[in-house]
Design a protein around this ligand. Structure first.
Ligand code: DQA
Length: 148
């Protein structure tokens, strides 16, 4: 049975393609999903791709990944928590509480933006952080997970 990669997207990422395209580019979330599907196919991994605007739903999704982790079925998690990156102790606790191996991802280079985006509550619990590579970062994150 192939191991699973969870790609989780937080608030406003459903607007990709039309949301501030000068920052996030022209590709839609459906394009990102396709990119992730191709990357997973290349590595023989199963993809679970989700987006939610709700913090608790993202916590639930991390718990779901945690159950697969406990059962030895999880390859890893890619989390673009959007603005919750900069606010959510609940997401930090979910990652720590489940022990899921996780890559924090940002499409934009958050360090070249407003100061409030420089702080991440998630980074201390992440295995790695990718930011500023555009949506290509998603495929690179999956490549890295496949190599773990
Ligand atoms: C983001 C960066 C966050 O600061 C922002 O709130 C987002 C998207 C990114 O992918 O660059 O919603 O995570």
């Amino acid at each position: 049975m192939p191991r699973t990669v969870h790609v989780l997207n937080g608030p406003n990422l459903n607007l990709l393609g039309t949301r501030e395209p000068q920052v996030y580019g022209a590709q839609t979330l459906a394009d990102v999903q396709q990119l992730c599907e191709r990357a997973c196919e290349r590595h023989g991994l199963r993809l679970v791709f989700q987006q939610s605007n709700h913090e608790g739903a993202l916590v639930d999704a991390i718990h779901e990944a945690g159950r697969e982790h406990a059962a030895g079925q999880l390859a890893g998690v890619v989390l673009n928590a959007g603005a919750y990156t900069h606010t959510s102790v609940a997401l930090l606790d979910a990652i720590k509480g489940t022990g899921v191996p996780l890559i924090e991802l940002h499409i934009s280079n958050v360090f070249a933006r407003e100061a409030f985006r420089h702080r991440s509550w998630i980074s201390p619990a992440a295995r790695a952080v990718i930011c500023g590579l555009g949506v290509a970062g998603y495929a690179l994150a999956i490549d890295a997970i496949a190599a773990w």
